[in-house]
Design a protein around this ligand. Structure first.
Ligand SMILES: Cc1ncc(C[n+]2csc(CCOP(=O)(O)OP(=O)(O)O)c2C)c(N)n1
Length: 570
């Protein structure tokens, strides 16, 4: 008797299933670095590489930078950024990028391969408790013990990263788990979880009504927008609401891009880093403050002094229910996606229009930029940071992306680089502010948005922490311009010693490096600029070159400059 033969269950290897799960979530690129425990994963990527819709792998020179690239990529693409590295050192090195992304609400997935499950607890080379290591630093993490768990683990990771407050996830992938079988039928995904925010949540209608009532009574309403506005794509709703209320819109550093900074409503950046006495005056004048996608942390509020407690009624919009009410007594907490919350407020205020006047904002902005321009136009050497911002602003197209490192770049570009248009055009790593972020983040940003010019601005302290990645930029022929503010000092710290410690300078100065020569060694077209008069033409040439370029600018050290940093101004 002929019996029908049952087809054998079609199985993939664990590594193949990982690649398929990433593809199913729409992943197109992975940044990372190879290792012994990653060999099956690399082989699966290599074999998938010849197929349609395959994933591009970008080899980096350090796992930290792989994570920063994934972060920059996510910020510009609106999709989950993926990075990978091997066990042991690969996990400890990837960690800084993961924590920065997580705290900045940027969804990146880090995969570290690991020693085999069967080798655990035997003093195996590179063995490390990745679960414990990553748990406090990520929104969600897992260590796989069985190949069959791969599909649901990846589904869970993508859901965790892109719903609610976006964040980072980590998966440890042991060697033998990469080799075990996974049934093909289990490999499926909801592709909408590959982009963020997914599954948006709307606010409570009664609280929307309450917020609308508070806003109708406001004399001087003010918006303070954090990174949540750009993350949620709420710029359009914000523009409508701020116009209805004739209300100024200030931002945090991460919130730059919430509003076109050329418009009358825009105040610019407020807070201790990038804020100035003029922008602070606008905050102090408000009787209703609406925080949007903003944690009202120490930097934005100058340690909760601006706005002062009790100065203004507070409406706090955030997707994370733990945020409203943490730092200020809140009159109306609106918990939900920023775009949906602002849209709901627009609906509640339909037909209303506040007769207001933005002349105070205009006056303050003029005063701020008059002082800036006087310094920027000075022909002094070493070149003033103001001159760098001014020259770069003049040379860059409005769609360009600027990534700023801590030190001189962050406060100066946050305060004075006027973002023309909305959306992500400028960013800095504001969760931990680790030096050496901008170069790699700019590479990720460029991969996501290759059609526009990308510039990374760094101090020489940062340069020392990221220089190896110039090779990646050359190998991939990335037309990014790296700008180094060169002053042979950890200037930010020296400025702190000047203001707070009676100029007892201690262990902050380092030697002079010719960064242009170093970059040339990597094959980067480079310039060193010492004269303010040369700056603009050099920047123009660097920006126009079709490949990586570096401009090393010998600059006034931060402790001698007039930086927009409130502690030093005071
Ligand atoms: C990884 C890391 N270590 C230390 C610090 C503390 N820190 C903040 S700013 C700064 C100095 C920055 O120096 P540099 O990059 O040369 O820029 P400058 O301040 O001189 O413009 C330091 C050391 C940090 N932010 N990140």
């Amino acid at each position: 008797m002929n019996r029908p033969v049952e087809a054998p269950a079609v199985a993939l290897s664990g590594a193949e299933a990982v690649v398929e799960m990433l593809k199913a979530h729409g992943v197109e690129v992975i940044f990372g670095l190879c290792g012994d425990t990653s060999l099956p994963l690399y082989d699966a990527l290599a074999r998938a590489g010849s197929m349609r819709g395959s994933i591009r792998h970008i080899l980096t020179r350090d796992e930290r930078h792989a994570a920063y690239m994934a972060d920059g990529y996510a910020r510009l693409s609106g999709k989950v950024g993926v990075c990978e590295g091997p066990s042991g050192g690969g996990a400890t090195y990837i960690l800084p990028g993961l924590v920065e992304a997580n705290e900045s609400s940027i969804p990146i997935l880090a995969i570290n391969t690991d020693v085999s499950v069967s080798s655990r607890g035997k003093f195996t080379l590179t063995e490390l408790d990745q679960r414990a290591l990553m748990k406090p630093l990520t929104k969600w993490n897992a260590v796989l013990d069985r190949s069959v768990d791969i599909p649901r683990t990846f589904r869970k990771a993508f859901e965790a990263m892109t719903t609610g407050r976006p964040g980072a996830a980590h998966i440890a992938l042991p060697f033998d788990v990469q080799n075990g079988p996974v049934e093909r039928n289990d490999v499926w995904a909801d592709p909408t979880l590959g982009a963020f925010p997914s599954r948006r949540t709307a606010p409570d209608a009664s609280l929307v009504e309450l917020a609308a009532r508070v806003l109708r009574k406001a004399k001087n309403p003010l918006f303070i927008c954090g990174g949540g506005v750009v993350l949620s794509g709420a710029e359009g709703e914000l523009a409508i609401l701020s116009e209805t209320l004739c209300a100024p819109v200030a931002t945090t550093i991460s919130g730059k891009g919430s509003i076109d900074e050329r418009c009358g409503q825009s105040v610019g950046v407020v807070g201790s880093n990038g804020g100035t006495p003029e922008t602070r005056a606008v905050v102090d004048a408000a009787d209703v403050v609406v925080f949007v996608g903003c944690r009202a942390g120490s930097v934005t509020t100058e340690r909760w002094r601006h706005p002062a407690a009790g100065q203004a009624r507070i409406i706090h919009i955030d997707v994370d229910p733990a945020v409203p009410g943490t730092n200020y007594k809140v009159d109306v907490p609106l918990v939900g996606d920023a775009r949906l919350c602002l849209a709901a407020l627009n609906e509640a205020l339909e037909g209303y229009r506040r007769e207001g006047d933005l002349s105070f904002v205009d006056q303050q902005k003029r005063a701020k930029f008059d002082k800036f321009e006087a310094l920027a136009n000075a022909a002094d050497t070493p070149i003033k940071p103001e001159r760098v911002v001014q020259s770069l602003s003049e040379c860059l197209d409005k769609d360009a992306i600027v990534v700023a490192d801590p030190g001189t770049p962050c406060p100066y570009f946050s305060a004075y680089y006027v973002v023309r248009g909305t959306g992500r055009r400028y960013f800095s790593n504001r969760a931990h502010g680790a030096l050496g972020y901008a170069a790699a983040a700019s590479m990720g940003a460029h991969v996501a948005r290759p059609q526009v010019k990308t510039v990374a601005v760094m101090g020489d302290g940062s340069f020392g922490m990221c220089v190896g990645e110039l090779e990646t930029a050359v190998r991939l022929k990335l037309p990014i311009t790296f700008v180094v503010i060169s002053n042979a000092v950890y200037g930010w710290i020296k400025a702190g010693q000047k203001t707070g410690y009676q100029q007892r300078y201690f262990s902050v100065d380092f030697g002079v490096t010719d960064h242009a020569k170093v970059a040339e060694g990597f094959g980067v077209r480079s310039w060193r600029v010492t004269q303010p008069g040369e700056l603009r033409s050099v920047l123009k040439s660097a920006l126009a070159f079709d490949g990586p370029t570096l401009v090393d600018i010998v600059c006034q050290p931060l402790h001698e400059a007039k930086a927009p940093v409130s502690e030093w101004v005071a």
